[in-house]
Design a protein around this ligand. Sequence first.
Ligand code: SAM
Length: 214
Amino acid sequence: MNDYRNERESMVKNQIKARGIKDKRVLQAMKSVPRHLFLPAEARKYAYGDSPIRIGSGQTISQPYIVALMTELLEVHDDHRVLDVGTGSGYQAAILAELAAEVHSIERHTALAERAEETLKNLGYDQVHVHIGDGTKGYPSASPYDRIIVAASAPKVPGPLLNQLADGGRLVLPVGSRFSQHLEIWDREGEDFRKSSSIPVVFVPLIGDQGWEE
Ligand code: SAM
């Protein structure tokens, strides 16, 4: 069976390294995780292309470069506990699991969450815990988190996510209008929060109490 190893190597070289991602742990994680197994069978041959791909329920798995960029911006250490909002296929959660001690991933669509959980379990990612619910409220019972990543766009940074960041923690998320956003990076020092901005992006909307209306 094709394990897509060559496609993965070339994705990392041509789409990710070539655009300036340097973090060796991130590059290694992107080389290791079998992205095609997070996609429905008929979409697997497109898994290593330079674009987002439909995964059902009107949602997408993000473009490989965007996954790599957000993960590099997150600066994950191996003792970190991470919250991943918008599980989708579970691919980003697997990348985080390669880098962190524990990952909590939350998804509002039950069908996606269940499929992602099964994929992650089959691949042995026992340190990932998938939850169903509104991730704009975070996942308080396992907080605080050293890192939080959001893979859907918010009109503004959700307060509960800032509250659930540990001291010294970092949150990366797309913020803007429904159709165009910038990646924002929020760092917590005690009760102070510092914001910086990265590149323009386009994400599906974050729908929920602290996000967009359905
Ligand atoms: N990280 C995913 C992956 O690796 O496949 C891709 C995420 S996709 C771009 C965005 C996901 O966010 C969708 O699956 C969508 O259902 C989910 N989402 C949107 N609003 C949400 C919310 N309030 N709570 C949890 N998930 C949400």
